[in-house]
Write a protein that binds this ligand. Structure first.
Ligand SMILES: *Cc1c(COP(=O)(O)O)cnc(C)c1O
Length: 331
């Protein structure tokens, strides 16, 4: 099967901002964009994106999951990058239009249609290293995706990094290209030196998040995860899982915690840990690597509570249990 995110629908939908207004949106081929070589995004990284999914239900209808939350975050990212603002309703209509266009191609569970809104600064102005782009391009790409766990669920190996950071602290809440470029070097090093799958960034000992997913710890009936602040990405999956955990009667503790508390709790039998994000929903973390030592989280294997929470979220997405929080939008 093709790697996640390498297959695209042949068309996308786009709108351009110039002279202080947005164009009508239009369907265009997705295999190219027209851009000046001096475009702001190519030099000064004025780019942000979103990741959300549409799901096919048993009766064939297609639903988008938590579109409003992703649109709100895209507006926030655009604002923090000083890219042109847009109305929620504009991006909402663009997402609905393109998902509707390819509704028939939306894979059935456990697959889905991954939706990638992207916003880039297009002004040809290489003198604007310290000034915003006055024009931009907003587009929505679609990529049908299969079962993330096709090879069976395995528990991840995660390196705890206390010295470095994922990105500059004031950029943490922005889903922006530069942040991933910033984390790539350390992640490749962690892979080659420790056979780690991901780095859990813990600047100064404060357990934060990985390169592209949030981190949760489950100790008994309590879920612990870092409290929201501007230093990290506020995942929609994180919020959904915490909401479901409360529905299931679990205690949700959104608070800061340290590497030493993490290692202490991980050593207890029955403790579980996971990474949360739209692509994989929830993936168990089985091993923590710290100062060249390895520590198992509970049994070191994928955990039952992680599987139960993931299933509960999938059931809502797939229309197998009631959407009590109003998270689904029919296209
Ligand atoms: C996208 C992302 C997440 C997860 O966000 P979701 O809304 O759950 O997909 C977490 N951390 C980073 C750095 C991300 O880019």
């Amino acid at each position: 099967m093709a790697a996640f995110g390498t297959v695209f629908m042949p068309q996308m939908i786009q709108a351009r901002f110039a002279d202080n207004s947005w164009s009508e949106s239009a369907l265009v081929p997705s295999d190219k964009i027209e851009l000046h070589a001096g475009a702001h995004v190519l030099h000064y990284s004025s780019t942000c994106f979103e990741g959300l999914k549409a799901f096919r239900h048993e009766d064939g209808s297609v639903y988008i999951f938590r579109m409003d939350a992703n649109i709100a975050r895209m507006k926030q990212s655009s604002k923090l990058l000083n890219l042109p603002d847009f109305d929620e309703s504009m991006l909402e209509q663009m997402i609905k239009d393109i998902v509707k266009e390819y509704a028939d191609e939306t894979p059935a569970p456990p697959g889905s249609m991954y939706i990638r809104p992207t916003h880039i600064g297009t002004e040809a102005a290489i003198g604007k290293a310290a000034a915003p782009s006055m024009s931009s391009l907003l587009y929505v790409l679609l990529s049908p995706v299969g079962d993330y766990f096709a090879g069976g669920a395995t528990a991840l190996r995660v390196l705890l990094e206390e010295d470095g950071m994922r990105c500059a602290p004031h950029m943490g809440m922005v889903k922006s290209g530069g942040n991933y470029a910033s984390a790539l070097g350390p992640i490749l090093q962690a892979r080659s030196e420790h056979q780690a799958d991901q780095i859990l960034f813990c600047p100064g000992g404060d357990v934060q998040e990985t390169g592209a997913a949030n981190f949760i710890l489950i100790d008994g009936d309590e879920i612990i995860t870092k409290a929201l602040d501007s230093s990290f990405l506020h995942g929609v999956t994180r919020n959904s899982i915490l909401t479901i955990a409360k529905d299931l009667g679990m205690t949700v503790s959104e608070r800061n915690f340290t590497v030493s508390e993490l290692l202490e709790r991980a050593a207890k039998p029955g403790t579980e840990a996971a990474l949360s994000g739209t692509a994989a929903v929830l993936t168990s973390v089985g091993t923590l690597i710290h100062n060249d030592q390895e520590f198992k989280v509970g049994s070191g294997e994928p955990g039952e509570k992680v599987a139960k929470l993931r299933q509960a979220l999938n059931d809502i997405q797939w229309g197998k249990s009631a959407d009590t929080h109003g998270w689904l939008t029919k296209v």
